[in-house]
Design a protein around this ligand. Structure first.
Ligand code: SAM
Length: 170
Protein backbone atom coordinates (compact mmCIF):
# COMPACT_ATOMS: atom_id res chain seq x y z
CA UNK A 1 0.00 0.00 0.00
CA UNK A 2 1.30 3.47 -0.85
CA UNK A 3 0.12 6.57 0.98
CA UNK A 4 0.44 10.12 -0.31
CA UNK A 5 -1.40 13.10 -1.65
CA UNK A 6 -2.80 12.63 -5.14
CA UNK A 7 0.03 14.66 -6.69
CA UNK A 8 2.65 12.40 -5.00
CA UNK A 9 2.01 9.87 -7.75
CA UNK A 10 2.80 10.08 -11.47
CA UNK A 11 -0.02 8.67 -13.58
CA UNK A 12 2.31 8.30 -16.58
CA UNK A 13 4.41 5.69 -14.76
CA UNK A 14 2.16 4.43 -11.93
CA UNK A 15 -1.26 2.79 -12.09
CA UNK A 16 -3.20 1.36 -9.15
CA UNK A 17 -5.93 -1.29 -8.79
CA UNK A 18 -7.54 0.55 -5.88
CA UNK A 19 -7.38 3.82 -3.99
CA UNK A 20 -9.10 5.36 -0.96
CA UNK A 21 -9.70 8.97 0.07
CA UNK A 22 -10.68 8.90 3.72
CA UNK A 23 -11.85 12.07 5.44
CA UNK A 24 -9.68 14.24 3.24
CA UNK A 25 -11.68 15.74 0.36
CA UNK A 26 -13.35 18.43 2.49
CA UNK A 27 -9.89 19.95 2.95
CA UNK A 28 -9.04 20.25 -0.75
CA UNK A 29 -9.76 23.33 -2.87
CA UNK A 30 -10.62 21.64 -6.16
CA UNK A 31 -12.50 18.36 -5.58
CA UNK A 32 -13.33 17.76 -9.31
CA UNK A 33 -9.61 18.09 -10.15
CA UNK A 34 -8.56 15.62 -7.42
CA UNK A 35 -11.23 13.10 -8.46
CA UNK A 36 -9.89 13.38 -12.01
CA UNK A 37 -6.35 12.81 -10.66
CA UNK A 38 -7.60 9.72 -8.78
CA UNK A 39 -9.19 8.47 -11.99
CA UNK A 40 -5.98 8.84 -14.02
CA UNK A 41 -4.04 6.87 -11.37
CA UNK A 42 -6.40 3.88 -11.56
CA UNK A 43 -6.49 1.10 -14.14
CA UNK A 44 -9.85 0.76 -15.97
CA UNK A 45 -12.08 -1.19 -13.59
CA UNK A 46 -9.99 0.04 -10.63
CA UNK A 47 -11.82 0.70 -7.37
CA UNK A 48 -12.10 3.94 -5.43
CA UNK A 49 -13.49 4.20 -1.89
CA UNK A 50 -14.29 7.59 -0.40
CA UNK A 51 -15.38 8.38 3.14
CA UNK A 52 -16.75 11.84 3.94
CA UNK A 53 -18.94 13.24 6.70
CA UNK A 54 -21.64 15.87 6.34
CA UNK A 55 -21.75 17.54 9.74
CA UNK A 56 -25.12 19.12 8.82
CA UNK A 57 -26.62 15.80 9.82
CA UNK A 58 -25.30 15.89 13.39
CA UNK A 59 -27.72 14.89 16.13
CA UNK A 60 -26.64 16.19 19.55
CA UNK A 61 -28.49 16.53 22.85
CA UNK A 62 -27.61 20.09 23.85
CA UNK A 63 -29.54 22.72 25.79
CA UNK A 64 -28.02 25.25 23.36
CA UNK A 65 -28.96 24.09 19.83
CA UNK A 66 -28.25 27.52 18.32
CA UNK A 67 -24.70 27.39 19.66
CA UNK A 68 -24.37 23.84 18.32
CA UNK A 69 -25.43 25.11 14.88
CA UNK A 70 -22.94 27.99 14.98
CA UNK A 71 -20.13 25.64 16.04
CA UNK A 72 -20.89 23.12 13.27
CA UNK A 73 -21.20 25.92 10.71
CA UNK A 74 -17.84 27.36 11.79
CA UNK A 75 -16.28 23.91 11.42
CA UNK A 76 -17.60 23.79 7.84
CA UNK A 77 -16.70 27.42 7.08
CA UNK A 78 -13.07 26.63 7.96
CA UNK A 79 -12.61 24.25 4.99
CA UNK A 80 -13.02 24.79 1.23
CA UNK A 81 -15.20 21.74 0.46
CA UNK A 82 -17.64 21.05 3.30
CA UNK A 83 -20.91 19.09 2.94
CA UNK A 84 -19.60 16.96 0.09
CA UNK A 85 -21.68 13.76 0.46
CA UNK A 86 -24.77 15.25 -1.20
CA UNK A 87 -22.67 16.33 -4.20
CA UNK A 88 -20.28 13.39 -4.57
CA UNK A 89 -22.31 11.11 -6.85
CA UNK A 90 -22.50 13.83 -9.51
CA UNK A 91 -18.83 14.78 -9.09
CA UNK A 92 -17.71 11.15 -9.29
CA UNK A 93 -19.80 10.52 -12.40
CA UNK A 94 -18.27 13.57 -14.11
CA UNK A 95 -14.78 12.33 -13.16
CA UNK A 96 -15.37 9.02 -14.95
CA UNK A 97 -16.51 6.75 -12.11
CA UNK A 98 -19.52 4.53 -11.69
CA UNK A 99 -20.79 4.73 -8.10
CA UNK A 100 -21.73 1.16 -7.22
CA UNK A 101 -22.71 1.62 -3.59
CA UNK A 102 -23.28 4.35 -1.00
CA UNK A 103 -23.54 3.44 2.67
CA UNK A 104 -24.00 5.41 5.86
CA UNK A 105 -21.62 4.41 8.64
CA UNK A 106 -22.99 5.84 11.86
CA UNK A 107 -20.89 7.33 14.60
CA UNK A 108 -22.97 7.16 17.76
CA UNK A 109 -21.90 7.99 21.32
CA UNK A 110 -23.86 8.08 24.55
CA UNK A 111 -21.07 9.31 26.78
CA UNK A 112 -18.81 12.33 26.67
CA UNK A 113 -15.59 11.65 28.55
CA UNK A 114 -11.86 11.59 27.84
CA UNK A 115 -11.15 8.90 25.27
CA UNK A 116 -14.50 9.11 23.49
CA UNK A 117 -14.47 10.25 19.86
CA UNK A 118 -16.48 13.41 20.43
CA UNK A 119 -14.75 14.54 23.67
CA UNK A 120 -11.61 16.06 22.14
CA UNK A 121 -13.46 16.74 18.88
CA UNK A 122 -16.09 19.04 20.42
CA UNK A 123 -13.47 20.85 22.50
CA UNK A 124 -11.55 21.53 19.24
CA UNK A 125 -14.75 22.51 17.40
CA UNK A 126 -15.68 24.99 20.16
CA UNK A 127 -12.16 26.50 20.18
CA UNK A 128 -12.30 26.92 16.40
CA UNK A 129 -15.71 28.62 16.56
CA UNK A 130 -14.29 31.09 19.11
CA UNK A 131 -11.23 31.69 16.91
CA UNK A 132 -13.50 32.37 13.91
CA UNK A 133 -15.64 34.67 16.12
CA UNK A 134 -18.77 32.59 15.49
CA UNK A 135 -19.35 32.37 19.26
CA UNK A 136 -17.86 33.98 22.36
CA UNK A 137 -15.54 32.22 24.81
CA UNK A 138 -18.38 32.35 27.35
CA UNK A 139 -20.78 30.63 24.92
CA UNK A 140 -18.15 27.95 24.24
CA UNK A 141 -17.63 27.35 27.97
CA UNK A 142 -21.37 27.16 28.64
CA UNK A 143 -21.89 24.78 25.68
CA UNK A 144 -19.09 22.44 26.80
CA UNK A 145 -20.27 22.50 30.42
CA UNK A 146 -23.73 21.51 29.19
CA UNK A 147 -22.27 18.50 27.33
CA UNK A 148 -20.48 17.53 30.55
CA UNK A 149 -23.67 17.83 32.52
CA UNK A 150 -25.58 15.79 29.92
CA UNK A 151 -22.93 13.09 30.32
CA UNK A 152 -23.05 13.24 34.11
CA UNK A 153 -26.84 12.84 34.02
CA UNK A 154 -26.65 9.92 31.55
CA UNK A 155 -28.27 12.07 28.83
CA UNK A 156 -25.40 12.58 26.40
CA UNK A 157 -26.39 11.60 22.86
CA UNK A 158 -24.46 12.20 19.64
CA UNK A 159 -24.89 10.69 16.20
CA UNK A 160 -23.51 11.60 12.77
CA UNK A 161 -23.03 9.57 9.63
CA UNK A 162 -19.87 8.93 7.74
CA UNK A 163 -20.78 8.23 4.08
CA UNK A 164 -18.90 5.50 2.24
CA UNK A 165 -18.90 5.76 -1.58
CA UNK A 166 -17.70 2.66 -3.45
CA UNK A 167 -16.80 3.37 -7.08
CA UNK A 168 -15.34 1.78 -10.18
CA UNK A 169 -13.33 3.65 -12.80
CA UNK A 170 -15.11 3.23 -16.11
C1 SAM B 1 -9.22 14.12 9.20
S1 SAM B 1 -7.59 13.73 8.64
C2 SAM B 1 -7.84 12.15 7.93
C3 SAM B 1 -6.57 11.36 7.94
C4 SAM B 1 -6.72 9.88 7.50
N1 SAM B 1 -7.17 9.77 6.12
C5 SAM B 1 -7.67 9.18 8.43
O1 SAM B 1 -8.80 8.87 8.07
O2 SAM B 1 -7.28 8.95 9.57
C6 SAM B 1 -7.44 14.82 7.28
C7 SAM B 1 -6.13 14.67 6.51
O3 SAM B 1 -6.20 15.50 5.35
C8 SAM B 1 -4.88 15.99 5.09
N2 SAM B 1 -5.05 17.18 4.24
C9 SAM B 1 -5.49 18.40 4.60
N3 SAM B 1 -5.52 19.22 3.54
C10 SAM B 1 -5.10 18.50 2.46
C11 SAM B 1 -4.91 18.81 1.08
N4 SAM B 1 -5.19 20.02 0.60
N5 SAM B 1 -4.45 17.84 0.27
C12 SAM B 1 -4.20 16.61 0.76
N6 SAM B 1 -4.36 16.26 2.07
C13 SAM B 1 -4.78 17.20 2.90
C14 SAM B 1 -4.32 16.27 6.47
O4 SAM B 1 -2.92 16.24 6.45
C15 SAM B 1 -4.88 15.08 7.28
O5 SAM B 1 -3.98 14.00 7.26
Amino acid sequence: MEIGTLDTFDATTQKFDAASLVQVLRYVEDVPLDLKRASTLLVPGGRLAIIETDWNGTVLNSSFPETTRKILDAHDDDVPSANLPTKLIGLLTTAGFSVIDVEAVPLLETSWAEGTFTYSMFIRFAELAVKLEAITEKEAKTWLEDLQSKNDNGEYFFCANRMLFSCVKL
